[in-house]
Design a protein around this ligand. Structure first.
Ligand SMILES: CC(C)(COP(=O)(O)OP(=O)(O)OC[C@H]1O[C@@H](n2cnc3c(N)ncnc32)[C@H](O)[C@@H]1OP(=O)(O)O)[C@@H](O)C(=O)NCCC(=O)NCCS
Length: 152
């Protein structure tokens, strides 16, 4: 069932607990912070249900590897609260973030996706690029995923 959610820009302090419980559960790193969290142009976008943060994502202006001179956005820290996964909330938040990236002039949106989440990104038009790598913070397999917003 789809829960009604509101998408809103929030401060990093409003999302750290959710990052911790979803993305740092049983992983080598217990640090939910990213170095870019406090950059002025980093956008923390959350989904709220009854004023509670139920999904989080962080969007940074950062070029895609193979096209360094083209404006692009990196998505980091995409997570939906455990009891609410697979109910469409992640998709709503992902689409809202992509829309903002497009508005800000990005041609590409890319992420380092956990292999377990790749289908989620593919459903929204991303393609997998390159070989698997193991992320240090989580110890799990990842691939780069890329959305060319002009190909949607
Ligand atoms: C991956 C995640 C952000 C997706 O958000 P969500 O709200 O659960 O996803 P939605 O309900 O919008 O979409 C679900 C679809 O994505 C796919 N999917 C891929 N990985 C999934 C996952 N780990 N959990 C749930 N759905 C997943 C499903 O196949 C589903 O497709 P279907 O509707 O055809 O069955 C969320 O499940 C999550 O936080 N997972 C754990 C943390 C994580 O892996 N984050 C991404 C790090 S790169």
């Amino acid at each position: 069932m789809m829960h009604e959610v509101e998408i809103r820009q929030v401060s990093v302090y409003e999302i750290l607990d959710l990052r911790m419980s979803v993305l740092r559960d049983g992983t080598p790193s217990q640090n939910p912070r990213y170095p870019e969290d406090d950059d002025v142009d980093s956008l923390h976008l959350a989904a709220l249900h009854n004023d509670m943060v139920v999904a989080t994502s962080t969007w940074l202006p950062r070029p895609w590897l193979n096209e360094p001179s083209v404006p692009a956005t990196q998505l980091r820290g995409m997570a939906v609260a455990k009891g609410l996964q697979s109910s469409g909330i992640g998709g709503v938040l992902l689409r809202a973030g992509i829309e903002r990236a497009v508005q800000s002039g990005s041609r590409f949106v890319w992420a380092r996706a956990r292999d377990t989440a790749i289908r989620f990104y593919e459903k929204h038009g991303f393609v997998v690029v390159g070989d698997q790598f193991i992320d240090e913070a989580t110890g799990v397999g990842h691939h780069l995923v890329l959305l060319d917003v002009t190909q949607r």
